[in-house]
Design a protein around this ligand. Structure first.
Ligand SMILES: [Mg+2]
Length: 302
């Protein structure tokens, strides 16, 4: 990719699913209802305690499920995903997005979905949006957790590994066979975007602009990428060029480049200390299976 937009070439894209590749207010509202219903009907948590616990778990552990696991609730993963996602009226909420498809298809870089949600949810959404075939793979709950378990990673006492833990970002990079310095990451969550930046990825907040989020770039929608990141469509230059000043109006703030250079100097161990326990640090020395053995990365189409 021509570096006109961001000052460095890109070789891969990691893209969140929910509220990033589509935006529908009903989806998160229903998921929240289903989560709270699960906590009451299946885990026996009193109704009056649930909103506070949801907030506490989401804030401290990344997802409610991760917080529940850290607090010794015995959760059947398949049952959880079936309850909080698979009951969604998908066909009423999502429809084919031809403009999104055309835009993504025209970006000649490997693209990976990177979501905390489960594989079935991701695949249903991608199929309904009409973009499932455009991704090299889907990095989802199952794929991240398979690798986290293999390495024995634990975060704040929870075995659930998910964004915004920098370890989850690093696992996703490894699964995609991508380097942080040449990967762009798109997500609607400011804290996920912050984790991406901490890992050295060019990180784009999707869904809000003017949020002073600390993201490298903010766009209201993925549909706005043509205007905001024109370099995604540029021919790869034959020689490195000097990084240009940030284009006006696309969310690049002063000090971003310097900050990113500083972040890039952070070692894996430092990133791990930011987001995980010592068990995680020990586990992160375990290499991923080599290319060609990436069974943990769920193909976009099966
Ligand atoms: Mg999201």
């Amino acid at each position: 990719m021509d570096p006109d937009t961001i000052g460095r070439p890109l070789k891969a894209l990691l893209i969140d699913l929910d509220d990033t590749l589509y935006q529908d207010d009903n989806m998160p509202r229903l998921v929240k209802e289903f989560i709270q219903d699960y906590m009451h009907t299946k885990l026996g948590i009193p109704q009056e305690e649930i909103p506070h616990k949801c907030y506490e778990f989401y804030s401290n552990f990344g997802t409610t499920m991760a917080g529940l696991a850290a607090n010794n609730f015995d959760i059947d993963e398949d049952d959880w995903h079936a309850h909080v996602h698979h009951r969604l009226p998908y066909t009423k909420l999502l429809q084919r997005d031809e403009a999104l498809r055309d835009m993504l298809a025209s970006i000649k870089l490997p693209k990976y979905v990177f979501t905390n949600a489960d594989r079935k949810h991701a695949h249903i959404c991608l199929e309904l949006l009409g973009i499932a075939d455009l991704f090299e793979g889907v990095i989802c709950y199952e794929s991240v957790m398979a690798e986290a378990r293999r390495r024995g990673l634990v975060h704040k006492g929870s075995p659930i590994m998910c964004k915004p833990n920098p370890l989850a970002v690093k696992l996703a990079l490894e699964m995609a066979g991508a380097d942080a310095a040449t990967t762009a990451f798109f997500d609607d969550s400011t804290r996920n975007v912050a984790a991406g930046r901490a890992c050295g990825l060019y990180s784009v907040l999707v869904g809000r602009t003017g949020a002073d989020s600390g993201a490298d770039l903010e766009v209201a929608s993925m549909h706005d990428l043509r205007g905001a990141m024109p370099g995604l469509w540029a021919e790869r230059p034959h020689a490195a060029r000097a990084a240009p000043a940030a284009a006006p109006g696309i969310g690049l703030g002063p000090g971003v480049a310097a900050g990113r250079r500083e972040l890039r100097r952070q070692s894996t161990a430092e990133l791990i200390r930011q987001g995980a326990d010592e068990e995680a640090e020990q586990g992160f020395g375990v290499p991923l299976p080599l290319s060609g053995e990436r069974g943990i990365l769920v193909p976009a189409q099966e």
